[in-house]
Design a protein around this ligand. Sequence first.
Ligand code: PMP
Length: 289
Amino acid sequence: MEPKVYINGKLYAKEDAKVSVFDHGLLYGDGVFEGIRCYNGTVFKFSEHIDRLYDSAEAIALEIGLTKDELKSAVLDTLKANNLRDSYIRLVVTRGVGKLGLDPFNCEKPQLIIITDTIQLYSKELYEKGLDVIIVHTIRNHPEALNPTVKSMNYLNNILAKIECIKAGAAEGIMLNKDGFVAECTGDNIFIVKDNVIFTPPVSAGILIGITRNVVIELAEEAGITVREEQLTQDDLYNADECFLTGTAAEIISVANIDGRKVSTGKPGKITLSLLKKYQELTMAYSSV
Ligand code: PMP
């Protein structure tokens, strides 16, 4: 079936799904977005993603122009039109069509785009083996410049880091912040395990508040594992017993090597695997509601 893309209340065939070259989303990266998963017909953590989208929009003074419920209905209608039960949903809200020049307030109205597709970030083999990652030189955006909690269309900071890791043959790049502490990866949050305690950088380190990160923290605490949000150094990573990444697309994936150094045995650790199992049970349980 021909995929259909939602733009401002209408569905278009993929090849007709186009936006204006005068859209400030294209001209300036002025807009916000979300990546969401739908498991067996149920949108996972739907409200959390919608809330984050509205928070991101508010942070850049962008009025989406729909209520949260209207937006949710638009997403569900798009999934239905595409007959998709397992899907990756990309929600994009651009500033809209305006004049050349930065002023966002001369843009007529925001453009809402909903793309529903499938995504597999990493192969099954990599989930079993773990990823080889590096610490990149590109530092994560300074939170007082462009706060990483805002999921904006300005992803160049992450793309520069991604270029570094691709050139180095690594699967992901760990980004440090302006103070040299660990922030996050180019498209995932990061966790380590040391002496059976889970550590992850705090929001103040300059990170996106990942929905998967929050779910993993909850799952770990439910299982009686201590989770600490603490500043982490490069050495903390090298000395970790386990390391894993979290994200909507990746879910939970183990890290086998950092900068060519094995993380412990180099195999996915016990806590990582137990959390992955719990996460998969949760997404499956969601589907049966
Ligand atoms: N950090 C960054 C920079 C991201 O782009 C993402 C989403 N791909 C994440 C972390 C993970 O967030 P979530 O769990 O909400 O997908």
